[in-house]
Ligand binder design. Structure first.
Ligand SMILES: *Cc1c(COP(=O)(O)O)cnc(C)c1O
Length: 398
């Protein structure tokens, strides 16, 4: 099978609606946070079922604001996952707290039993990550948080439109609710504004505190200051950050949000094609799913059965590259980065499951701009590479 065009790992789906809204925004004269950002915040919180929302310029900013506003700081421990992007740990370090790495379960998400085993008298919060767009077991995490009086801040960078037990990530549930949830609108994420993010909560006081910290610690934002009833006066209540989302970005986000359900439907169809293609191969293990979660399929994380293959993951990705397919890996576990060597040296951060899973992970191209032919080509190529590199049965050590 041959294709004419290489298949990139990701291609954003930006339509005329987004382009026209950005042009209208430019012509309106209001470029930074203003009416379009207010609209995006309100439509986003309606989509995820949250009471409060604040648009920010990244998920990293959202996580940092939530940790800071919840007054997590020096001396505090925050339990998170080793299988995540560095932003999750960096924001914990930025507030002066210590990340503690619990291990993952078979689905790649934090294992609640491992979280519990990592709780100490210094633990203040849990930061779960919904890896690839598959929900963590939130009921168990909320139950642990209640019993040990911990905050929960969800890193929902992958999880716009993910559901847990029939409700979106961000909505309060019968099983509980998180203190804050941070989403990413980075260029490769399901909903993109180029760079951007949103933080949601059910707590009015917390959102007000995050709003102040989001704009230098100033008591009112520019839109309130200059619109009707506003004036020139403001006060800096505390040294805050500069994390607001612009109206230019919100213009894109408003239309991306309206397309999310259609995007997820396409991603789900493509993921199903991958899973059906890989199910019969002893060399391949399809991406995990759960009956309790509607997966938003931000990523399709294929797992290689390395004992059945004569090549390693790097060679597998090289073979895909030769066939015109760009793959990736999500993620290099945190303890393997030099920045966290001090954390990695602590026995409690050992995370054997994450380290064992890592060499098996290959993220395949998966986005709504792909055609069915492209998905089929990727699936066939993956199977062909696995077949060519299969280890013969007789030398498989069981
Ligand atoms: C992308 C990502 C982030 C950071 O998102 P930004 O919007 O780029 O700050 C955080 N956590 C995870 C798991 C991510 O994949």
């Amino acid at each position: 099978m041959n294709i004419l065009e290489p298949i990139p790992f990701h291609k954003p789906s930006i339509g005329e609606e987004e382009i026209q809204e950005v042009v209208d925004c430019l012509r309106s004269g209001w470029l930074t946070s203003g009416p379009r950002t207010a609209q995006f915040e309100s439509e986003f919180r309606a989509y995820v079922g949250a009471a409060q929302s604040l648009a920010v310029n990244s998920c990293t900013a959202g996580l940092h604001l939530a940790l800071a506003a919840l007054e997590i700081g020096p001396g505090d421990e925050v339990i998170t996952t080793p299988l995540t992007f560095c932003a999750t740990a960096n924001t914990i370090l930025h507030v002066g707290a210590t990340p503690v790495l619990a291990d993952i379960g078979a689905d790649g998400n934090l294992d609640p039993a491992s979280i519990e085993a990592h709780i100490t008298s210094r633990t203040k919060a849990i930061v779960p990550v919904h890896i690839a767009g598959l929900s963590c077991d939130m009921d168990q995490i909320w139950s642990l948080a209640r019993r040990h009086n911990l905050k929960v801040i969800e890193d929902a960078a992958h999880a716009v439109g993910t559901h847990w037990r029939g409700l979106p990530i961000g909505a309060p549930q019968p099983g509980g609710a998180s203190d804050a949830v941070a989403y990413s609108f980075y260029a490769t994420k399901n909903l993109t504004t180029g760079e951007g993010g949103m933080v949601t909560t059910q707590d009015k006081e917390l959102i007000d505190r995050m709003k102040v910290l989001c704009l230098h610690g100033i008591s009112r934002d520019a839109w309130n200051r200059y619109s009707k009833g506003g004036n020139w006066y403001y006060q800096v209540l505390e040294p805050g950050f500069k994390y607001n989302l612009t109206d230019l970005q919100s213009a894109i986000g408003i239309h991306q949000l309206r397309k999310q359900e259609a995007f997820i439907a396409t991603r789900t169809a493509w993921a199903k094609m991958y899973t059906e293609a890989f199910m019969g191969s002893a060399e391949l293990e399809p991406a995990p799913e759960s009956a309790n979660s509607r997966h938003c399929w931000h990523l399709y994380s294929l797992r290689l059965n390395l004992s059945r293959l004569t090549i390693d993951r790097a060679q597998f990705i090289q073979e895909l590259e030769k066939a015109g397919i760009t793959a990736s890996v999500h993620f290099i576990p945190l303890p393997l980065h030099p920045a966290y060597s001090e954390l990695a040296a602590r026995p409690e951060n050992a995370c054997p499951n994450a380290l064992a899973l890592y060499p098996r992970l290959v993220s395949l191209p998966l986005h709504p701009a792909m055609t069915e032919e492209e998905v089929s080509y990727v699936a066939t190529t993956v199977k062909e590479i696995a077949w060519r590199a299969r280890r013969s049965e007789s030398i498989v050590v069981l």
